[in-house]
Design a binder for this molecule. Sequence first.
Ligand code: SF4
Length: 482
Amino acid sequence: MKLKSLGIEEIEALRKIEFNPFIRKYKRGMKRVALVYPNKYVGGISNIGLQIIYSKVFENNAYCERFYYDIFEGIRGFENSTPLQNFDIALFSLQYELDYFRAIEILKKSNFKGLKIAGGPAIMINPKPLTGYFDAFFIGEVEEKVGEILEAKSKEELSGIEGVYTGKEDKVRRVKAKVGTHIPTEIVGKGVYGRCFILEIGRGCIRKCRFCVVRSLYSPPRWRNLNDMPDLKGVEKVVLVAPSPTDNPNFIEMLEYYVGKGFNVSPSSIRADTVDEQLIELLHEGGLKTLTLAPETASEHLQKIIGKGITSDDILNAAKTSSKRFNKIKLYFMIGLPNEKMDDVKEIVNLANKVKEIVGAVKISVNPLVPKPHTPFQWLPFGGLQNVKKGLNQLKRKIEYLKSETSRLKIDARIPDIIEYAVQTILSRGDESVSKVFENNDFKGLSKFLGEQKVDEVLPWDFIDHGYSKSMLLKEYEKVIS
Ligand code: SF4
């Protein structure tokens, strides 16, 4: 869980390269707000949600600094190195379950005594394991509620705000924001996409992939068009972000516009079945170096189970079309899917090898499925088998196979440690009892959150109303396991 800390020269270099239109000096009486991202700077600066919150804090005349885990261990601010304990309120953005460990480490090390509020996708999924560490959680898109949150002086005052969960509410309805005009400006720093302006072109998704939380957490799909976008100055690159950007009906028009204006342009992802010559030419002109596609699985019967609607033919067609302009493709896959056999895993290697033959080089990333709350897969066991131990052993065998075959075929493969994914599953599906892992890494008795969840039981996250009906998820789950 540890991440390498940046040295002072590296921090100075990042400070120098940043353009921050919101810098302001602290004046007496101002609320001091810490925006904490318990992961790497490069991820935090590329996150549009954090950019929006930072600009909203500024609009509310507060003083704000950002805190990243790899910068001063997350306990001093990026802007002015101010200690976290000097702030009145800390807003934590938790994107991934494994960030919980680092968030708690920051809270303990900094001796922070102000109001502690957490939000972000992991919290919108299930905040229960963290209830002992934060005063409140925000369920939803927070931008229109930042002012109210900053005015609150206590946990009790936070409790009345729409979307806030303090641990005692029986139900919380997710807050949806209006996705109108884009924020007019933002911090430009060097993140995972390089130094660029992040443009959010949509929220939510029109697809219904059964493993994905986006359909529940960010419904309904909302798109922006060119008229909603800000004037850009002082940047060479823009990144068009959305859960599935190529589904935005205005996507090609936007891409043409920014490429035509001379920007380097990169979308946050591309659906394989939207790849055609026009798209490839535009991406090439926009300076994209590697095409990244996420087939998730290479086997036909598993494609039906996950419901993504991307076939191996879509991937091969995308590879053929892109081979004139790209000589490398990156592919994302999952293993541990329901009804998955070793032959299905072999198909991953076969598909990757075919793509390599077409374009020249392929890189694959294969992750175990985390059966997430608020999806039709929320009742599935981790590892794909009812017996968790057998499921874990089978996953290990699949991973060993993938490692040896990809090395034999000289396929560049990133195959992670399955334990990390088992921990993610426990943290995303667990209740308050899970918090003991943060104190002494004690996982005893928690394997029940890895196993199959009972369909007639109340689940720890059922108190969150995301606007879908549980019976609809159940119907889909029954189709998957029948
Ligand atoms: S996996 Fe992608 S396409 Fe499918 S629902 Fe999620 S965001 Fe949409």
